[in-house]
Design a protein around this ligand. Sequence first.
Ligand code: BGC
Length: 717
Amino acid sequence: MERQQLIKLVEQMTIEEKVDQLLQLSADFYSEVAEERTGPMADLGITEEIIDRAGTTLGVSGAKEAIQIQKNYMKKNRLGIPTILMADIIHGFRTIFPIPLAIGSSWDLEVAEQMAEVSAKEAAVSGLHVTFSPMVDLVRDPRWGRVMESTGEDPFLNSRFAEAFVKGYQGADLKEDFFRVASCVKHFAAYGAAIAGRDYNTVNMSERQLRESYLPGYKAALDAGAKLVMTSFNTVDGVPATGNKWLFREVLRKEFEFDGVVISDWGAVKELIPHGVAEDEKEAAELAIKAGVDIEMMTTCYTQYLEELIEEGAVEAELLDEAVLRILTLKNELGLFENPYRGADEALEKRWILSEEHRNAAREIAKKSMVLLKNEAILPLNKRDKVAIVGPGANSKDILGAWSWQGRQEEAVSLSEGAQAISENVLIGAESFDYFTPSQAAIDEALKLAKQADKVVLALGEREWMSGEAASRSDIKLPESQCQLFEQIKEVNPNVIVTLYNGRPLDLTEIDTAKAIVEAWFPGTEGGAALSEILWGQYNPSGRLSMSFPESVGQVPIYYNCDNTGRPFEVTPDEKYVSKYLDVSNYAKYPFGYGLSYSQFSYSDFCLENDELVSGEVIEASVMVENTSDYAGEETVQLYIRDRKAEVVRPIKELKGFKKVKLSPKEKRKVSFMIDEKLLRYVHSNQKFTSDTGVFNIMVGANSRDLLTLSFKLTNR
Ligand code: BGC
């Protein structure tokens, strides 16, 4: 359809039809069973008629249901307008991939894109049209349960992942390719900065900080073509995002030139009331529509009051028309006017969902996202080693992670299954081993097996419900019983390798003396197989953290790209009056960018083509990277920059590039980065993104801590 036709269509709609286009209801409202509808209807106080007209739906699961809903919907729509079916496909649909924080640790944009493409395929054949992904909220506080949904603490890395996810979901043309879905980037804006890591809590930061660290991820997703933006639950400079006119009208629409659909988060329009910025639902509707929210998810402030607000002249009718036009435009871009069922296909669903190919993709990505945190020459395991696999994670299939609503634990590969597929020389601990209160019998058996074995793989971690939405924790250590188990096992066999399934950086003090630690995250359907490949060296670990692991929760928020202070600790660490703690260091236990490999890499001959960079020109920075081991492996070469003097205080380092290189044993390769003035820009106090001439440090290395440093000068010559 042409834009003119869409405008005509809007003109033909009654005001009720228009208002209800803006309503999003969950799939329960469309249940074939009347009793299943009545409860939710009563809760929202809406009629069957409204349900029939609601413009979009969320949470439909399966081609059959999707086709039925669309068929019924179209039958009742006098203008032939289809509905859009949306859902949260965050890290896979039925084939579950590692959680986004794990994918962030892969530093591999291709696998991120592939994850999104496979997810889109499975979702699209199941009848879905839009995914509420990616979540690109920058995160610095591991107490916040939703860090598992982010790719981490760095704006540059987050932005690259944001682009990759959007590309993978949407492909080149949604109208042509029905096996892709439209992408909704979220949560605009700065949801990841909830004070004290408590979900839904206030966010308080300067506009400059917002622009510098938090907005780039969303912007990158939009530049990659994301079709929708979701509001966040938090406030931005005191005004809840969902009613924040400045944020949506000025920044998103005007500055970022976004003309796609803005959707509220679940219930967020009505939440303007408890936030204390709206008196009632009517005022909430007024604030949200004026701010530019097109779709109201799961509350009915628009449905109940928008017409009245327009009649009274409090809201201009154009605002409604504009929102409707955007929603119809999305329907058109998805090709729904031509084919309202799009990719929904029961036969393909059977063939594609959880196919061998998709499982393989999930396994590859899981391998790439696991991070070897520690290894005292105990890994990789050898098939000759007798290995005991014990602890709560040994047989657990609770490894999918939050936001895997279509995933089924019974379809996941556990660590014990993965291990048995590789080695016959394994002793597997009790089938059921509680993460918090294990039975004495299970503990005794673990100790018995540990005694008999050469090496022990102790599988520890969190349960799925411990991270994700509304899953903040003040204590980010492993459960006490697991720490005790570690001590007991170590006493009978010191060769302990700890593996971890979890959704956030943890304080790992209690297991610090393990001989090896493998961070496996929530690795998804093929998790246990991937982890086993790493343990037995069939895959050489290549993951690098995209979020710092603190030494203690007291350091949180701790992130590598922090600002310098007037009393920096590094210069005179023994001085009392410098920025430090009395009882813990300033450093992360495992910093951003960190991760080991079975290979060893060395860096040398770091050089700059020129120590002066003239604005508009480019200089090359290069370093020799050598695999000094006998093990082929992959290194992630990282480039950081520091602005030595600027108008505002600059971070002590900022990631500006990275390259993954595969090196054979003893292979040495030159890795280069091109530096230009654009890389040196930052947000000034006038909110403008420009650079200043002067001296910059440039650093390369294996992680944000272990770096070689040079400097150069930016000039305007
Ligand atoms: C979450 C969103 C999600 C939405 C719909 C909300 O509670 O914050 O991230 O997309 O629910 O399921």
